[in-house]
Structures are given as C-alpha cells and as structure tokens.
Design a protein around this ligand. Structure first.
Ligand code: DC
Length: 229
C-alpha cells in the first residue's frame, strides 16, 4: 500500500532545524510541505482574537473545525492564509510561540487538527513536520525522522532567527522560552513531543543544514523499510 505510507514524517523540538530541513526536503523530492506547527499557530491566533478561554475545550474544537486554512507558496516562502488574510507573519511572534504550545495541549484541538492533517497527507507525496507526525498523525509512515540538537545550539539558532526578523531579544531570554515550551510540549497528556520507536533520531548539533537534508534524501531514496507490508 502506498499513499499514507509514503509520507515523510519529521518531528523534533524548536530549533532542531526541522522547518528548514523539511521545506528543503519537500522541494527536492517534489512533495508538498505540510507545516503542522503553523496550523497550531493559526489556531492560537484565531482563539486569541476571539478571546476564547484555554479551558474551553469544546469552543476551541469548534473553532478548529470551522477554520478556513490554506497554504500557498511565494517563491521559497510558504505562506499561510486564514480565509483571505495572509497570517504568515502574525503567527511568528514570541506570544504565538507560547500560545500555540498551550492550545496544542487541548485534546479537542488535537483531535480536530489530527483529522485535518491526515486528510492533507492522504496523497502520500507530503513531507509532514511537527511534534507528533511519526507517533500519532502518520504512524504508518515508512520514513520517520526525529531531529534533535543540544539546547545551547537550538537556542542560538532561534536567537539568530529572531534577530534576523528585527527583534530585540537576549540569547538568555530565548533559551528560557525554548526550555519552557519544550517542557510544555513534552509533558502534555495527548500526543506529547517524542520520537516514534521506529524513527531515525538525527542529532543536528554538529551538522550543517545541507548534511541533514542530504542524509534524509538519501535515506528516503534508498526506500529503506524494515517493516513488511
Ligand atoms: O513547530 P512550531 O514551533 O511552529 O510549533 C508551534 C507549537 O505547536 C509547538 O510548541 C507545539 C505545537 N505543535 C504540536 O503540538 N504538534 C505539532 N504536530 C506541531 C506543533
């Protein structure tokens, strides 16, 4: 069986390099890039605007089911639209970092988004990036990668990203926020951040982006699959 088994699942914590890697791997394979973190960020943005309470599981679940989300590409950049509005920049703020992590712990939110992500992965030609792609959303995927890196290197990468966006922030502050978000994502009851048992764990601390990308491309290209159909 093909289709969902052909999804390439890439999980890992913030700053592990998974976004840059996933986007590039998708481009080279000619697959669609599915950024599920951006989807949780969109939920956070919409919930914040509507003033929905984080305790209101049913309300948040309803919001997710009615969300009109669409991805578009603009050259090398992936853009996300909420209805007609391009929300790509609005979801990349420190506030949305923390709020997306918080809403993503709500069971009704996870259930709605998991269903939506599965439908988006049905064609199989998808590189799906997130926290639970290999464990919950696409457990049957043939290729699963879990990217990690030391906390210091992850903080440095996030710091450079934010400074590059023109933010004024200290490395120490970035490191603290990262730690808090990791802890929140790892400790939630539903679909916590962790590597699937059959995922290849890649420590990117001392690797260049290109090294990680070509490792994944080679592994996928070889079609390694230890599991029978
Ligand atoms: O990858 P990201 O930083 O854009 O993700 C933002 C938050 O969304 C992250 O802190 C946890 C949540 N998330 C999730 O729970 N499951 C996913 N598959 C992707 C993201």
């Amino acid at each position: 069986m093909g289709m969902i088994r052909d999804v390439v699942a890439i999980d890992g914590p913030a700053g592990s390099g998974k976004s840059s890697v996933s986007r590039s791997v998708a481009g080279r394979l000619g697959y669609v890039y599915l950024d599920t973190g951006a989807m949780y960020r969109a939920v956070a943005l919409a919930a914040g605007r509507m003033g929905l309470d984080l305790e209101d599981g049913p309300g948040l679940g309803g919001l997710c089911r009615g969300l009109d989300l669409s991805f578009a590409t603009d050259g090398d950049h992936a853009r996300l639209f909420l209805g007609e509005e391009d929300i790509s920049d609005a979801i990349r703020t420190p506030e949305m970092d923390m709020l997306s992590s918080a809403v993503s712990a709500v069971p009704e939110v996870r259930q709605a988004m998991t269903g939506l992500q599965r439908r988006m992965g049905e064609t199989g030609k998808v590189v799906a990036e997130g926290r639970d792609m290999g464990t919950v959303v696409f457990p049957e995927a043939r290729h699963k990668f879990f990217l990690t890196a030391s906390p210091a290197v992850r903080a440095e990468r996030r710091y450079q990203e934010r400074v590059g966006r023109g933010e004024t922030v200290s490395l120490q502050r970035v490191a603290e926020e990262l730690k808090r978000r990791d802890r929140q994502d790892e400790s939630r009851a539903v679909a916590p951040l962790r590597a699937a048992e059959d995922a290849l764990v890649v420590d990117t601390t001392d690797l260049t982006l290109e090294q990680v990308i070509s490792f994944i491309i080679r592994t996928v290209g070889r079609g390694d699959d230890p599991r029978p159909e």
